[in-house]
Design a protein. Sequence first.
Length: 370
Amino acid sequence: MDPPSTLRLSLLKRPHVREARLWRPLEGRPGWVVCDLCYRRCPIAPGKYGACGVRKNIDGRLYTLVYGLLSAMALDPIEKKPLMHFYPGSVVLSVSTVGCNFFCQFCQNWEISQSRLERGLMGVQVSPEELAMKAVAYEADGITFTYNEPTIFVEYLIDASREAKKRGLYTTMVTNGYATPEAIDEIGGLIDAATVDFKGGGNKDFYRKVMRVPDPEPIYQSMLAMKDKGWFIEVTNLVVPKIGDREEDVRRMARWIVENLGPETPFHLLRFHPDYKLRHLPHTPVETLEKLARAAKEEGLEYVYIGNVWGHPLEHTYCPRCGYKVIERYGFTILSYRLTKDNRCPRCGYKINIKGTYKGKSAGMPMPVY
Ligand code: SF4
């Protein structure tokens, strides 16, 4: 092997630079590498970055440049992720880096997701151990990797999750689902729950034109890999008016979830609000969300929510058997929690799909930490 260059030696002294997981040399192209972390499987020339902008080929080896370099940290209610059926009323310490493997024109967090390291570093260095200790000090119940795509900083996610587990914290990620099965295998049981975010009904044209993602189909394979690992899954779909609100797409997605993850999988239809490059589009009409919610229920999903419409009746959880309102919410706050201790409907005894215990402490959230 060639001796390390001065550039590599100086970069390796920085705490946010670590050799990456899941890469291999590209056959027939000396010095090139392939990243196998997400389905882009970027071939990367020496000195260049992958599409996410945070993984770099330095002297024929792949490095992450965002290890522990956190762009945001906040205390959130778990309902904000959204995870409505996972430790309800609990509090998570949410963290992110910069960069993303998607290029969504509507991204609410575009300032961090579309930031690129060659334009300068952005973040505060926090070691995995420090992060877990902060979560305990803030009396959080868990840690969530969110705001930008956590797959792209998997090295830190794995180490931080390990530290979290040592301290009895749960771990979750909010993901676009584009991680390869190898990446999910690498994370294994270190993540307890995932919110898998679809946009535009998972429509292929929408993914290509509005997000620069060649094909959403691998996301379904990833969800199966997550299920195999025992992760608790909730699925969201951002409904973008005029260009990403087709009923047949939502029906297809709902059918797949029912058949492969189970009808008890919570499903969220999220209202779009104008942001980033799609400021010319209106908010999603509430009637559109309601029509799609009816369609998802008709396909067999038991728990369908409408998100980003505070005060809407589909913020609550209803018993699928008798219709009783078992959890009442306003936004991210639980107003009343009426389940029995073993998470059954108090009226008819139906077992509600809830993982974990009710914590009842998320009112007044979220709170920024920095
Ligand atoms: S994680 Fe980044 S570098 Fe790796 S394949 Fe995905 S976009 Fe490319």
